[in-house]
Write a protein that binds this ligand. Structure first.
Ligand SMILES: [Zn+2]
Length: 488
């Protein structure tokens, strides 16, 4: 159990692979699963004398991210060499940005629905925006694989554009770190700048963790955990470090600035090295690249800032009268949000349509591991099905049957209903007769209802529907029963 004598402070450095077709400083394609060392050239192999050429699109993606996160965009930004020895990088420096990054400041809003499920009921600081220090662009290194006695290296990844988003030490728990990464990912997807899939390595995260005694203002020594590759690992690692550091501090062991490796299988961290200071990298300006004047690219990407997830969520609540939870699910993914809105244009029953999308469409997509773009039922066709149900042309159970056939065939509801020759909906006369019969056969519940227990009517409605073999409409049955029993 972590001691309560300390305050936890967390900062995150998130590396995001941009959705770019080519590498940062050469024309080699960025692809996945190609044969090793096939997408390479003298620049990304680090040959002496090879000259880098800027990828304008990657700068655009970074500026767009900066705009979405309310950063200040530096009018002039430059490139620096970060010098260190690394077997994955033969030129022994990485092209990065030191004192003039593309974006500074800004923040990531923490969305309620991005917190871990078990933490959503007790959010410590609702509506918090985590402050950012900066966003800069750099090149990725090659990928090494270690075998028993040898190592192999693949340069296909070398030179891939990487955007680094650095937060201030402004997070106070593992739960906030989870919300930060989830919210950030959603915003990046909205902007189309990255798929930000941690499982695929498109988003990787370094976590800085420190504890300080409750009465002190100055931050404790920073422990850095490198290269975490899932959101759940980030949460577990923070919990672990909080306990580990607290128990050492309790025993009078001072913490030193250090870098540790997180082993997610064993659920513990081990010391890698005590941290070099930033000046050990001997940053200096890259002589082969001119500084970037960002103003022209900024003007190009400014109109591309999308409606952001939190704005869309609010609008869905107001415009379609759906619950906050439903709005968060529907706005969770921009394509799903478009699907829902396209459907809304074709029905008067937006709230019902939302239920169908969340309960039925998403169930099929999850079951079949499918994207909404591959789903056979177009939003217009789903809207028609909802209208047929709401206009009482079919019953709820019939609608579900039709839905599954539509999902398998992509055909229209009306066509399928005609072919499926459903029993016609029970007409009013039949409903009246069945209600009379159920009232006679169930004196007990009837007495209860007359005695004031209104809820018991649900039982009688169920009996009538059963006798009608699902062809009676619950609303009209309930109305008829109430009328016959003289209650409102
Ligand atoms: Zn190349």
């Amino acid at each position: 159990m972590p001691s309560f004598n300390y305050i936890l402070t967390v900062g995150l450095e998130v590396h995001v692979q941009l959705t770019s077709k080519s590498k940062m400083f050469c024309g080699c394609p960025v692809t996945y699963g190609s044969d090793p060392n096939t997408n390479v050239c003298p620049v990304c192999l680090g040959f002496p004398g090879a000259l880098p050429v800027l990828n304008r699109g990657a700068i655009g993606g970074t500026l767009l991210t900066g705009l979405m996160l309310n950063c200040k965009i530096n009018p002039v930004s430059k490139w620096d060499r970060k010098n260190y020895f690394y077997p994955d990088m033969p030129k022994d420096y990485q092209l990065s940005q030191y004192d003039l990054p593309l974006c500074v400041g800004g923040g990531v809003p923490l969305y309620d629905h991005a917190y871990p499920k078990d933490a959503q009921k007790k959010i410590h600081s609702p509506g918090k925006v985590v402050k950012l220090d900066r966003i800069h662009l750099e090149e990725d290194v090659a990928k090494s694989t270690h075998h028993a006695k040898t190592s192999s290296i693949d340069f296909n990844r070398a030179g891939t554009p990487l955007m680094e988003i650095v937060s201030e030490p402004d997070l106070e728990s593992g739960d906030e770190a989870v919300a930060f990464l989830g919210s950030l990912r959603q915003i990046l997807i909205y902007g189309g700048v990255s798929d930000a899939d941690m499982e695929k390595g498109q988003m990787r995260c370094d976590v800085n963790i420190s504890l300080r005694p409750r009465e002190k203002r100055e931050l404790g020594a920073k422990v850095e955990l490198k290269n975490l590759n899932s959101i759940s690992a980030v949460r577990r690692a923070i919990h672990y470090e909080e306990s580990r550091q607290a128990s050492e501090l309790d025993r009078g062991i001072a913490q030193k600035q250090s870098t540790r490796r997180w082993d997610d299988d064993r659920g513990e961290s081990t010391l890698m090295r005590s941290k070099e200071d930033a000046h050990d990298y001997r940053y200096f300006p890259e002589p082969d690249l001119l500084p970037v004047d960002t103003r022209e690219i900024l003007a190009e990407v400014s109109p591309m800032v999308p409606e952001l997830p939190h704005d869309k969520l609010k609008r869905f609540e107001e415009e379609y009268q759906v619950s906050t939870y439903d709005a968060s699910v529907l706005s969770g993914d921009p394509e799903l949000a478009n699907y829902f809105e396209q459907g809304c244009k074709n029905t008067r029953h937006a709230k019902k349509l939302a239920n169908w999308v969340i309960n039925n469409t998403l169930a099929v997509l999850n079951e079949q591991g499918m994207a909404i773009s591959e789903f056979a039922i177009s939003p217009e066709k789903l809207a028609q099905l909802v209208d047929l149900l709401e206009d009482e042309k079919i019953t709820g159970s019939q609608a579900k049957e039709v839905f599954l056939k539509m999902a398998a065939s992509g055909r229209k509801a009306e066509e399928l209903i005609a072919e499926m020759s459903f029993e016609p909906m029970a007409n009013d006369g039949v409903v009246e007769q069945l209600c009379d019969r159920v009232i006679t056969e169930n004196p007990g519940p009837v007495d209860e209802i007359r005695g004031g227990n209104g809820k018991a009517i649900g039982f009688l409605v169920g009996q009538v529907i059963k006798l009608s073999q699902g062809s009676a409409n619950p609303k009209s049955v309930s109305g008829a029963l109430k009328r016959k029993l003289g209650i409102s």
